[in-house]
Design a protein. Sequence first.
Length: 439
Amino acid sequence: MADGAVFCQFHRFNFWSLVYVAAGVTGQTNKESILNTVATQHQRVLSGMRPTGRLHLGHYHGVLKNWIQLQHEYECFFFVADWHALTTHYEDPSIIEQSTWEMVVDWLAAGISPGSAKLFIQSKVPEHAELHTLLSMITPLSWLERVPTYKDQQEVLKEKDLATYGFLGYPLLQSADILVYKAGLVPVGEDQVAHVELTREVARRFNHLYGREPDFEEKAKQAASKMGKKNARMFFKYRKDYQEKGDTEALGVAQALLDSQQNISIGDKERLFGYLEGSGKIILPEPQALLTPASRMPGLDGQKMSKSYNNTIALRDDTDTVAKKLRTMPTDPARVRRDDPGDPAKCPVWSFHEIYSDDGTREWVQNGCKNASIGCVECKQPIIDAVLSELKPMQERAKEYEEDEATVKAIIDEGNEAAREVARDTLEDVRKAMGIAYL
Ligand code: TRP
Ligand code: SF4
């Protein structure tokens, strides 16, 4: 048992070092891997959201504003991940359909433009499911068991039975979501980076098994040279011995040599492993996580804004609800009475001022709080005004869409169709590569 745990830890460590290398690629753009994955096709962006409740200001500041910006810079696909919602809400799925339409309306109201981005519903593009099935054939169980969210979420959502096939496959379904569009960039939060990394590994494995890369030989040679002259020479010799004489011992030695290399990227290692035995082309390009800057939007209690902490302001909350939530939010506990001085650093209201207030107002808060010359109710008023004026135009647009269901449905129909067109093409490539095209 203890051994098993140590073994797991070891693997997890390895896995995470891979994740970090990939995350590094995201930030610092490892040139070569980009050439092989993203730049050879145009940069397509894909992201999804689970329809499990109302959107709140955390979603707006953390995700939607980012999407709105991206839609002008890239070809974007944004979708409602209703199958992913089912993995955790299968016992009572009633919230999914309602949240789906509300969510699409909120996206539109927030400024996602169907003229720039394609908006669609996952389950309306069955190619996601087909690719998921095909990828499941080549995905080692251990890769899925090792994804941190698998165990973590089971722990967090203890009241639900998440020991299901669907939940284990959650990240692989996500891989299919991404790969079916050959997306280059996937805007996600920190918690989803491991899923994008899994996607990269699955794509790499697929390409290795079923593809042939055009300038593969050249790249493999370059990769080998990064091991240093002596190692590279040994590597080529062992490869020759294996390929020409079927010397499996030489193969083993060469693999061990590759395994021990610290200075070459995972991509190069994969290439060299392939080069040892055969070669691989990229049919499914490896995506990169586009790490969304952590949202600065705090919840009403100072923790991260999240439905599970019950500290949200929903995009659809009416004026009275918003005002009441803000008026009753906690402040620096030192300010028991009006003339007790306080410290904004210890008050969640201050985090809201950091987002919503100008320098003048912030100075007024700092001084007024520390000198007890303003009261907390007074201090909150500019926040109430700012949040309400941020929500107002969104709520007006949301109301228009709510009253015009046909338009919303037409936008989604169109998005579903556009998405399917791309997805169908990918599945054709995939079936051909796997030898089940029956042409
Ligand atoms: N798992 C993502 C989340 O919980 C949602 C999601 C599903 C997704 N498929 C995706 C995000 C594909 C990006 C790309 O936030
Ligand atoms: Fe918080 Fe403002 Fe009250 Fe100070 S005055 S404790 S910053 S609400």
